[in-house]
Design a protein around this ligand. Structure first.
Ligand code: SAH
Ligand code: ZN
Ligand code: ZN
Ligand code: ZN
Ligand code: ZN
Length: 489
């Protein structure tokens, strides 16, 4: 069975002529369902970049009905912005007078005399300097998983990032969707500047335009022009500066728009500093199982094994009863060389001399694979029939030529979701690869009694086609924008 419909997400890029209509949250994304067999889009519509939940933003517009008026319409949020900034002024004034409170229900700062209408609401009385310096310690996290999904780092993670950036000589950090990290840098690192880009308007109350902008990271949209200018000023660097972009997006976010934004920010950085095409250092926090999606967008990104824990997430933490046996699945993806990152030994990481980098304590170096193979926090074992290391609880299926979960394994369905190790396409495994079969009629022959895999390309035993060192003798591969096209030589 071939899945012919593919969803494609087109990122708005006005500078390069890709114009999309706006919703109140900035330029929309174009969602195209693409029929691979017919080689054309079957449906295409514009929808809000930030909200996947229609009750939060119901903008949706069919692409074929687009008009010039629709394309130029803009939404003005100035009155909101002004009122948020007014709240900040009030907060500062109230703080200087003593007696500043905060209503957690209405999300507004309150002065001594105007809290009667909040009598039944949960309040924080007498905000201390300490709380004001890190509002994530008392604000209710926005826990709507469909868009904002606010999960805050635990102190160990904060310390790890702080140490990493010091080791790397970072002087400026852009915290995109990372308010607690922003506060951490402001409060603890005087030689590191931080700028917060976040969708949470409450940050207006605690930071001014010099280090915060109300922002949508799914389309690189600044809601306030002045804040955008201040941010551009921040991006301008002196020769000694080293700037890094740190982002911890909600895990429900697609990788395409985040990657699009990271590319645009890199582009702006180069423009402002008169640089040719210097890549920006990036830390992108995301679950390990999204590695494939990140690398499809940004092939240079590598996964660092540090397990990121949050204080207010039941499963993505290492404490509490709901926590997972293998620890948090959240990792750091980065274009910084992994050899440069020192994972803390006191948090159960170790140095692998063969890989020349830090790895998790449970990860065991495999001489056959030549790496420390674990991704998910368990100890992998080498499967001779797969020719690679696999999760410890997996069992090998001869039909599928893969190790997989034993429960509810159904060969046909499983293979439909696999990527072929020869042509790299999804939907079949090597024995079914039409491209290879066309040229190699003998492919159907495999000895079911074999105890070790034979590579169909070079016919040698012990490794699979994906890891075949003579791969380029048989196949021609062309990678463009993260998509690899494979042809037989
Ligand atoms: N772990 C981080 C917080 C990550 S939670 C820390 O401790 O600092 C995700 C953050 O992304 C939240 O602060 C949320 O407000 C922000 N966010 C969610 N959607 C966004 C969007 N479209 N644009 C910008 N920020 C967004
Ligand atoms: Zn190793
Ligand atoms: Zn191995
Ligand atoms: Zn196997
Ligand atoms: Zn194939």
């Amino acid at each position: 069975m071939k899945n012919a419909n593919k969803l494609q997400i087109v990122y708005p890029d006005e500078e390069h002529g890709v114009r999309h209509p706006h919703c109140p949250h900035g330029p929309t994304l174009l969602f195209q369902t693409f029929n691979q067999l017919a080689d054309k889009p079957t449906s295409a519509y514009y929808a809000c970049a930030a909200h996947r939940d229609k009750s939060l933003c119901n903008f949706q517009f069919p692409a074929e009905q687009i008009t010039p008026q629709k394309l130029t319409k803009r939404y003005d949020l100035e009155s909101h912005i002004n009122s948020y900034k007014k709240q900040r002024r009030k907060l500062l004034a109230g703080y200087n007078d003593g007696g500043l409170h905060y209503c957690l229900h209405c999300n507004v700062p309150l002065l001594r005399d105007n809290h009667t209408e909040h009598a039944a609401h949960e309040m924080i009385w007498n905000l201390t300097h300490e709380l004001l310096c890190d509002p994530t310690r008392f604000l209710r996290p926005l826990d709507d998983d469909k868009s904002q999904a606010q999960y805050f780092f635990d102190n160990k993670a904060l310390k790890f990032f702080g140490n990493c950036f010091q080791d790397l000589g970072v002087t400026k950090v852009v915290c995109m969707g990372a308010p607690r990290l922003h506060a951490f840098f402001r409060n603890n690192f005087s030689d590191m500047q931080s700028f917060l880009l976040d969708f949470d308007h409450r940050m207006f109350f605690f930071y001014d335009d010099n280090n915060f902008a109300w922002y949508n990271m799914c389309n690189n949209h600044f809601f306030d022009k002045l804040q955008r200018l201040k941010f551009e000023k921040f991006l301008k660097c002196k020769p000694k500066d080293k700037l890094l972009i740190f982002t911890d997006p909600p895990f429900g976010c697609r990788t395409e728009p985040i990657a699009g934004t990271l590319r645009q920010l890199t582009h702006t950085f180069n423009l402002l500093n008169n640089l040719p095409h210097q890549p920006l250092a990036i830390f992108w926090i995301f679950p390990y199982f999204s590695e494939h999606y990140i690398q499809k967008e940004m092939p240079h990104m590598r996964m660092c094994e540090y397990k990121v824990n949050y204080t207010n997430h039941g499963a993505y933490t290492n404490v509490g009863e709901k926590c997972r046996k293998l620890g948090s699945p959240v990792r750091v993806f980065t274009n910084v060389r992994l050899e440069l990152l020192h994972l803390p030994v006191e948090e159960e990481y170790k140095y692998c001399a063969l890989c020349q980098r830090y790895t998790a304590l449970e990860n065991r170096h495999c001489a056959k694979c030549g790496n420390c193979p674990s991704k998910n926090g368990s100890t992998y074992r080498h499967c001779e029939l797969c020719g690679c290391c696999v999760k410890p609880n997996y069992v090998h299926c001869i039909n599928c030529r893969r190790c997989t979960q034993a429960e509810e394994h159904e060969c046909e369905m499983y293979q439909a979701n696999q990527h072929c190790w020869i042509c790299l396409q999804k939907g079949h495994t090597e024995l079914m690869c039409a491209m290879w079969r066309k040229h190699h009629k003998d492919v159907g022959f495999v000895n079911r009694g074999d105890q070790i895999i034979m590579c169909l390309l070079c016919k040698r035993k012990g490794h699979n086609e994906r890891n075949c060192r003579r791969r380029n003798k048989y196949l021609e591969e062309l990678t463009f924008m993260g998509v690899t096209e494979v042809k037989i030589k």
